[in-house]
Design a protein around this ligand. Structure first.
Ligand SMILES: [Zn+2]
Length: 158
């Protein structure tokens, strides 16, 4: 315990790992890089640990990308909703799309961190200009389907 790993601190660590992971015998690698076979063995869990750390570090830089993904998803969902409306899709399909749009809005709002609690999320989402526009459009689009229209308005009121 506590002994520094000669492979971790080796200047050619990456090369060593590549060869070992590529199946080159530890005896050969040890001889080539001047480390002991024991050190190579001890080093194995270090590779795993470092990969985990790298993954975590990467995950920490992900939010921007993730946010973009959700935004893209929302754009696609809204497009789908447009298509459904334009083609006079079935009310329950339109409703399903609306539910997804709403879920995306909630997710986005939470991710952006604008909002602290769930109650605030709902209120602010409904005040977002995109939502207001959307609701207006939906009302118009669903006028021929009074039942669906009522259902939508109910969903939005929840
Ligand atoms: Zn190591």
């Amino acid at each position: 315990m506590g002994r520094p790993c000669t492979v971790c601190s080796h200047p050619q660590r990456t090369e060593i790992e590549k060869l070992r992971l590529g199946g080159v015998r530890s005896g050969l690698v040890a001889a080539q890089f001047g480390v002991s076979k024991k050190a190579l063995q001890r080093h194995v869990p270090h590779i795993q640990r470092r990969l985990e750390l790298e993954e975590k570090a990467q995950a920490a830089t992900q939010p921007a990308t993730l946010l973009d993904s959700v935004r893209q998803l929302q754009a696609r969902t809204l497009n789908l909703l447009d298509t459904l409306e334009a083609r006079r899709g079935r009310p329950h399909h339109i409703l399903a799309a609306i539910r997804e749009v709403r879920a995306n809005f909630e997710l986005l709002a939470r991710m952006v961190g604008e909002l602290q609690d769930k109650a605030a999320v709902q209120v602010n989402i409904l005040k977002m200009p995109e939502t207001v526009t959307l609701v207006t459009r939906l009302r118009d689009a669903l006028t021929p389907y009074p039942e669906a229209k009522n259902a939508v308005l109910k969903v939005l009121d929840e």
